[in-house]
Write a protein that binds this ligand. Structure first.
Ligand code: BTN
Length: 326
């Protein structure tokens, strides 16, 4: 996305329903009228309905629900998360892009968003379906000073933030499934993929990858998915604004991250357990080479799943898949 187009969108946002003269745009951006005309053409191609009236200038009639940086940052006012937004119409994976940007020195809180991913990645090398125009694919770069062993907390922090944003988007009751799924009525609506680059004692950067099925139609889901999936549209029957959802999510992430840095993991853990659909229920744990059945007690101070096993004793599960039995 070009910086000029972003600036033009910003000018439209500052003057809702009003004309902005071509002359003013030229002056503020320091570019020619032809260049402005070209940018307006590109905005139209992206779905923006821009009216052009001789001697009055340009006016934005209806913005499409897109996640361009100017749309996402307008009125956001977060402390860290989303101060910088990088956008791709199409990319391989926002996590992969975020890693590249982090290697190049991108700042803490930088958010990478794509309209479409060609190699959206899920946990355990799985594929994340990422069609254009409907969902949210986002990755956040963090540069925490806490040690690598605390990084798993960020998965739970992201999950709680997504749960809050989903609960605000409609009459939804989000359920969290350990370690990184968000479900609606037992169907997966969002997934998290957090990646880390670290040495023994120091985290160089973390990438928090978040995929949320927002306006994907039921017919767009392949019939042979491993886990039953849904979207907010399929579950609630109404389209949600991708822009509003994204801004709400970034605000929750920012607040929770701030709280985590001040108070540690305890409040995040309590919020996560509150939304978890597994506490007190029978599950089958598949954590190779182990496979066993038990009752979920909760999570511990680093996010390991605590499972009470028949005959007494409590297992700590650090990685694997868990399936509800009752
Ligand atoms: C999972 O449930 O297995 C995790 C899915 C994570 C998908 C998101 S979409 C944005 C980011 N980019 C990726 O390639 N993956 C994550």
């Amino acid at each position: 996305m070009s910086a000029s187009r972003d600036r033009i969108l910003e000018l439209f946002r500052q003057a809702p329903d009003q004309f902005v003269s071509g002359e003013e745009i030229c002056r503020l951006l320091g570019v020619s009228r032809t260049a402005i005309w070209k940018q307006i053409g590109q905005l139209r191609e992206l779905g923006y309905c821009v009216e052009a009236v001789r001697s009055r200038g340009y006016r934005l009639l209806s913005p499409p629900d897109r996640l361009l940086p100017a749309e996402v940052t307008s009125g956001l006012e977060t402390r860290r998360i989303g101060r910088e937004v990088v956008y791709f119409e199409i990319t391989d994976s926002t996590n992969a892009q975020a890693r590249r940007l982090a290697e190049d020195g991108a700042a803490e809180g930088t958010v990478v968003i794509a309209d479409q991913q060609t190699s959206g990645r899920g946990r355990l090398g799985r594929f994340w379906l990422s069609p254009p125009g409907v969902n949210l694919y986002l990755s956040i770069i963090l540069r925490p000073t806490f040690p690598p062993r605390d990084a798993t907390s960020m998965t739970f922090l992201s999950a709680v933030a997504v749960a809050h944003a989903v609960a605000e988007a409609g009459p939804f009751v989000p359920q969290l499934k350990w370690p990184n799924d968000l479900l609606l009525d037992g169907k997966k609506v969002a997934g998290l993929l957090n990646e880390m680059n670290a040495e023994t004692e120091q985290v160089h950067y973390l990438v928090l990858g978040i995929g949320v099925n927002l306006n994907m139609a039921t017919a767009q889901f392949p019939s042979d998915l491993r886990t039953p999936a849904t979207s907010l549209l399929a579950a609630g029957g109404v389209e949600v604004s991708r822009r509003m959802f994204t801004q709400n999510l970034l605000r929750h992430l920012d607040n929770l991250y701030d709280q985590y840095l001040r108070e540690g993991f305890a409040p995040i853990r309590a919020a996560w357990e509150q939304h978890c659909n597994m506490i007190g229920r029978q599950v089958e744990v598949d954590s190779p080479p182990q496979r066993f059945v038990g009752t979920v007690y909760g999570i511990d101070a680093i996010g390991a799943l605590l499972v009470d096993v028949p005959g007494g004793g409590r297992e700590r599960v650090l990685a694997g898949d868990v399936r509800l039995l009752s």
